[in-house]
Design a protein around this ligand. Sequence first.
Ligand code: AMP
Ligand code: MG
Length: 393
Amino acid sequence: MISVEQAIAIVQNNSSPTQSSEVISLSESVGHVLYSDIVAPINMPPFRQSAMDGYALNTHEASTYTLTGEVKAGDNHHPKLNIGEAVRIFTGAPVPDSANAVIMQERVSVNNSQLTLESKVSLGENIRPLGEQVSKGQIALTKGTLLTPAAIAFLNSLGLIEVSVYQKPSIAIVVTGNELAEAGQGLSHGQIYESNAGMLQAALKNLGYLKVSTYKVADDYSKTLNLLDRVINSHDVVLVSGGISVGDYDFVGAALQELNVEQLFYKVKQKPGKPLFFGKKSQKTIFALPGNPAAALSCFYIYIHIALEKLSGNLNFSFTQIKAKSVSNYIKKGDRGQFLKALYSNGKVEILDGQSSSMLHTFALANALVYLPETADSIKTNDPVEVVLLPIN
Ligand code: AMP
Ligand code: MG
């Protein structure tokens, strides 16, 4: 059995960006990754801009200036300033060619058309130079850049409306289990309501993965084989829930083997989520998750999220891990690494009661997982612990 750290490394090393790109509107692009370099079509800023409300000066030695006019944001006129002259100017307005500094209004006194500087001014002060952020023809953002709100705004500021991005993977969720009933319908004795499909779909939606289809299959070998064959052919990523343990009615492992899915690992030395499977079939990525809901969701945040980001071209991605002070005591049993459902706030973290891998109730109250490595045996109040913050809001 491999360790958590080995399993994460195997996922990272076997998830490379798709070769497919698509052109999408910038307004739809948040969370996507640039597929090619973006060359600036204009200078940014496109003219010398005032960075302050104040006065543009054609400087001289003396501290008095003659005020000759005004330029406000959006104006398209070019007053000519002789040496010793000034114009009123506002933030974002074009600085006249003959001005070589802008002094902020708090540092002058004005008497009719005479301006007196109350402090020294230096050349270029408060003027944003033409092309200060990027010059026309230069690379504005490189291939591989994640489109954050700031990156989108920067590209908008260059007048762009579309971008070429890595395609996000299409994802199939397959839930297995004879006991699963659909919410909204009656529940016979022995049945439970199916909840993993909606859980994984919501987790995916939270992270911007929207090309998701869900399927359900009974604990039946040939039905499982046929469905998995179909969804592996028609999707980039397949997430199977349940049927991957060692019970007599767990058919997912055998079906994946028959379909020639290459096993990269099966079973991780962790709690919850020991029977996690990760494999590839040519470019397709397959995860089989334990059916216990809290185990499946832990595996999603620790392994699947990384794979999806890498497939989408986001090579710098890693989940958010911090150190925090535990406000709980916890005694670890066994020698597996553990992910404990926890509530983090203001540098402190509480390990919640009810850590069994079926305990969705506990997970519903959690915003973090405390990671206890294999070698740890207990946590005492005030101990610093590793915390994975869940990307849930
Ligand atoms: P399995 O991994 O198939 O052995 O399932 C482990 C546990 O998780 C069993 O108690 C199942 O009933 C439960 N389970 C499996 N799939 C789901 C599901 N989709 N929704 C809710 N619980 C499930
Ligand atoms: Mg099952």
